[in-house]
Design a protein around this ligand. Structure first.
Ligand code: PEP
Ligand code: MN
Length: 352
């Protein structure tokens, strides 16, 4: 289940199966790098109509071939009872329920009922992984896991792929690490994978998310990898070539069991994610401040409004102190943020 380089179980492969050659090229490259589990989406849930919606049933045969030729286990996403039956027939080893599907209890129940119809022996050969719902709702996630568990699936796991959020963010789906950490507390024996590709949305950020996941003691990673990512028919910007994936895995520091046995690493992971949230918020604040700059410019107002600055500073320092922060520290941070807003607004005026 693990690659030599990272010592953590990795499921890797393209976002979508696009052609037999693409599937087999990716599978061979990943298998020779030590990856033991291969993923490829066959049915693709797309936000808008008209996008590439996957090859469908025909691509299951490419996955079967990849399995025969490389010995890897193969994984694909299912969203309906028909998908379950077709994937089972094609000998798929790992099914995952996608984020849009796990948000819908009717759909999850339909999948669970389809699974429950198989003899226990077939269900025991199968692994089912449940991605978090797109919205940050832990109970909905746990509900989806329970539905599949009640269908007699014993090899169960969760995949954390971040949560959709309105507006622009550093990440495509901000991780909100507190939610999978709480899932771990609520369902202690359940393996939790992290999908850094869908959290990051950009290949440059996949490594730092993967490292944070390992620091937090996640049990494995699901990472998108395509032989020619720039030509990918879905999620082109977040896929790594197999070579890039292997070198990234080699750089990751693996600290297994952090959640249970390495409190320091767990705390550091939490600090890392809080820092990410702080940066996200600062970037959001600067965008609003630029909008204010535009408004002032259009209405011939000066950039510095001294009275407003003094009253805000006072209110915020009081609030900071009531939260247990040192007043000089709060003052210093607010002054730095304000200075940067003014600098941005001045730069905008020069550019106008
Ligand atoms: C995928 O894994 O390609 C996928 C569609 O994921 P998600 O359900 O997390 O969006
Ligand atoms: Mn994808």
């Amino acid at each position: 289940m693990t690659t030599d380089k990272s010592r953590v179980p990795v499921i890797a492969g393209p976002c979508s199966a696009e052609s037999e050659a693409q599937v087999l090229t990716a599978a061979r490259a990943l298998a020779s790098a030590g990856v033991k589990m291969f993923r490829a989406g066959v049915w693709k849930p797309r936000t808008k109509p008209g996008g590439f919606e996957g090859i469908g049933n025909r691509a299951l045969q490419w996955l079967r071939k990849a399995k025969e030729q490389t010995g890897m286990s193969v994984a694909t996403e299912v969203a309906t009872a028909t998908h379950v039956r077709e994937a089972m027939e094609a000998g798929i080893d790992i099914l995952w329920i996608g984020a849009r599907t796990s948000a819908n209890p009717f759909a999850v129940q339909e999948i669970a009922d389809a699974l429950a119809a198989y003899p226990q022996e077939s269900r025991d050969r199968l692994t089912v992984l449940i991605k978090n719902p797109v919205n940050p709702d832990l109970e909905l996630w746990i509900g989806a896991i329970e539905r599949v568990e009640r269908a007699g699936i014993r090899n169960l796991g969760a995949i954390h792929r971040g949560f959709s959020s309105y507006g622009r963010h550093l990440y495509r789906n901000p991780p909100k690490w507190r939610i999978p950490i709480e899932l771990r507390r609520r369902l202690p024996g359940l393996p939790i994978y992290c999908d850094p590709s869908h959290i990051a949305g950009k290949k440059e950020l996949v490594e730092s998310i993967s490292q944070q996941a390992l620091d937090l003691g996640f049990d494995g990673l699901m990472i998108e990898s395509h032989p020619t990512p720039e030509e990918a028919l879905s999620d082109a910007s977040q896929q790594l070539t197999p070579d890039a994936l292997v070198s990234m895995l080699g750089r990751l520091r693996c600290r297994r069991g952090a959640i249970d046995s390495e409190p320091l690493e767990e705390l550091r992971g939490r600090i890392d994610s809080i820092d990410d949230e702080l940066l996200d918020l600062l970037a959001k604040r600067m965008r609003v401040s630029r909008e204010i700059g535009l408004y002032k410019e259009e209405h011939g107002m000066p950039i510095l409004q001294k009275d407003r600055y003094n009253s805000l500073m006072q209110q915020r320092v009081e609030r900071g102190v009531s939260l247990g922060l040192d007043s000089a520290f709060v003052r210093q941070i607010l002054a730095a943020i304000h200075e940067e807003s003014v600098r941005e607004q001045l730069t905008m005026r020069r550019e106008c």
